[in-house]
Design a protein around this ligand. Structure first.
Ligand code: PEP
Ligand code: MG
Length: 593
């Protein structure tokens, strides 16, 4: 490093899209939504103010439609992100409410829009589902664009970059990301954002390395600074010294080798060294993820989270819409199976206008099967669609958030009733369709032996099970340190369910994040889990891991871990074991490739 070079500085953020890049920083607009000022509008000018607002909406709609039509083919499947922004542009809570504010309060469009955003934020804050709650960023992105349009600014600075650079921004919307001139952009880092944001989804689709949630990147990075961005670990180095550059260049090379090595084996069966086969399946939220799931080597879909289709609509989708979606999924993945989970809606007025849930304790409220049983019409429509789709592939039905036998019996009674209806109408469906439940509430674990006689399979929803068993809100960062999959209580609970499943002769799968966590896989296999369903990107490495252990070793891991008393001991034991098998695991258990 030369004497005059700026000091090296390291930042840590959330890895959003994998890949290591070394390049110069290009800072784009720091402010996200610069508000603004409120002023009163003359009575006679109010209609003009509304027109100004509507004109901004039209301008943004035109721009979005242009971006959508120019998306490169390989990311066309992600056009739904732009569709969701187009939908937000037409949402009544945004449009009608803002117009009403302009007229009633006699204020300028910008301020009325800001007030609408405040109200929408309040609604989102009530939502317990982290993914859906994080979708507020989509609304903010759209509002930022409208504000830009109202102020006459174009936001072209992103597209006019001449050199290949790394974008540094407070936030990037998915649309900004789609607009990036791909050949000129190496990657990006942002102050805010999360792993499940649409921006991250888009970056992954475009294969642009990205780190988000760095908090102060736009303050610490100067235009033209040299940056290293590691999209696998979330590390960012500002003005790296020579040794850091050499270190990351080596890592880059290793990663290329690793990617090609792992891609060449992701289609091999997930079979242990002693010949035990494990079903490795994908969790999907959208039909569009199917191709990626297949190319990553998924042997079917172990969890189709159907609520996202409802959330995209402004109403309950019709039976026909649902049927077509489920049929396409069943046909595309056939002969592998798809497990369709019935609605796990927690309530979200803004996106869907379906149902309002202002509950004090939404995680313990009217959610999932509770909602379906309370709204049998909605439930029956979904069941009819799933059953009809079952004639086109291997479809299974799964009920979420089951707390006891009554719910299973009630849900099954409705299902039988719907089957009779289809029989009477001469509509085809799979008469042997399997029906299972997610075990994600501790009471269901306690009565798993009873439930096992009434269903065809169990799938462990460990995301919620950990939350409810350890009394740790799964989205609260203050207690995140207590959210421990490798907790003795969780091990015992899964074991109890596996035993109940075995005694009744039904399979037990895992579809929570534990299934795709390299630190949990050996224990789960040793426990007797036969199917792991996970986020698509985890599939290749989990398959690699399964192929490098024997079932005998997995049993030993499970027994050794079952003999430990604390989460810390369990984690230390398995991290040590897995690092020998997967040298790419770092001290945090992240894949550092
Ligand atoms: C779970 O709870 O583990 C699960 C798979 O469902 P979700 O993450 O959708 O709640
Ligand atoms: Mg769940």
């Amino acid at each position: 490093m030369t004497e005059h070079a700026a000091a090296q500085r390291r930042l840590e953020g959330t890895p959003a899209s994998p890949g290591i890049i070394i390049g110069k920083a290009h800072l784009v607009g720091k402010a996200r939504i610069k508000i603004l000022y409120q002023y009163l509008v003359d009575e006679q000018q109010l209609n003009r103010e509304v027109e100004r607002f509507q004109e901004a909406l039209r301008t943004e709609e035109d721009k979005l439609l242009t971006v959508k039509s120019q998306l490169p083919n390989r990311v066309k499947e992600h056009a739904f992100i732009l569709d969701s922004h187009l939908m937000i542009l037409k949402d009544s809570m945004l449009v009608d409410a803002t117009i009403k504010r302009i007229m009633d309060e006699k204020i300028n469009a910008e301020w009325a829009l800001k007030e609408s955003l405040d109200e929408i934020r309040e609604v989102f804050e009530q939502i317990d589902d982290e993914y859906i709650r994080s979708r507020i960023t989509d609304v903010e992105n759209v509002i930022e664009r409208i504000l830009r349009s109202l102020s006459g600014k174009t936001g072209q600075d992103l597209i006019e970059i001449k050199e290949r650079m790394i974008i540094v921004a407070h936030d990037l919307s998915p649309v900004d990301t789609a607009e990036l001139n791909i050949s000129k952009i190496m990657g990006f880092i942002t102050d805010i954002g999360g792993r499940t944001s649409h921006t991250a989804i888009m970056a992954q689709a475009l294969e642009i390395p990205a780190v988000v949630g760095l908090e102060s990147a736009t303050e610490l990075v100067q235009d033209g600074d040299l940056l290293i961005v590691d999209g696998n670990t979330g590390e960012v180095v500002i003005n790296p010294d020579d040794s850091a550059i050499i270190f990351f260049q080596k890592k880059q090379l290793q990663r290329e080798k690793y990617k090609s090595a792992i891609a060449s084996v992701s289609h091999l069966p997930a079979e242990t060294l002693d010949g035990h086969k494990v079903a490795v399946r994908a969790n999907i939220e959208f039909q569009e993820e199917l191709e990626a799931a297949k190319s990553y080597g998924a042997e079917g879909i172990g969890l189709y989270r159907t609520e996202f289709l409802y959330m995209r609509s402004k109403r309950f989708p019709s039976e026909e819409e649902l049927f077509e979606n489920y049929r396409d999924v069943a046909e595309t993945i056939n002969p592998a199976p798809v497990t369709i989970r019935t609605l796990d809606l927690g309530g979200d007025k803004l996106i869907s206008e379906l149902y309002i849930a202002k509950e004090v304790n939404p995680a313990l409220g009217l959610r999932a099967i509770r909602f379906s049983l309370k709204e049998p019409k909605v439930f029956r429509t979904q069941l009819r669609a799933i059953l009809r789709a079952s004639a086109y592939g291997r479809v299974q039905i799964m009920f979420p958030m089951i707390s006891g036998l009554e719910e299973v019996l009630e849900a099954k009674e409705i299902l039988e009733n719907v089957k009779d209806e289809l029989d009477n109408q001469g509509v085809d469906y799979d008469h042997d369709i399997k029906t299972g439940i997610i075990i994600e509430i501790p009471s269901a674990v306690a009565v798993a032996d009873i439930l096992a006689h009434h269903v065809d399979f169990f799938s462990m929803g460990t995301n919620d099970l950990i939350q409810y068993a350890l009394a740790v809100d799964r989205i609260n960062e203050h207690v995140a340190y207590m959210y421990q999959p490798l907790h003795p209580a969780i091990l015992k609970m899964i074991q109890q369910v596996v035993i109940a499943g075995k005694q009744a002769g039904i399979p037990v799968a895992v579809c929570g994040e534990m299934a795709g966590d390299p630190l949990c896989v050996s224990m789960l296999l040793g426990l007797g889990i036969g199917e792991l369903s996970m986020t698509t990107r985890a599939i290749p490495v989990i398959k690699k891991l399964i192929r490098s252990i024997s079932l005998k070793e997995a049993h030993e891991d499970f027994h050794n871990m079952a003999g430990l008393s604390t989460a810390r001991e369990m984690r230390a034991y398995i991290l040590d074991r897995m690092k020998k098998l997967l040298p790419e695991l770092d001290e945090k258990g992240y894949l550092n490739t």
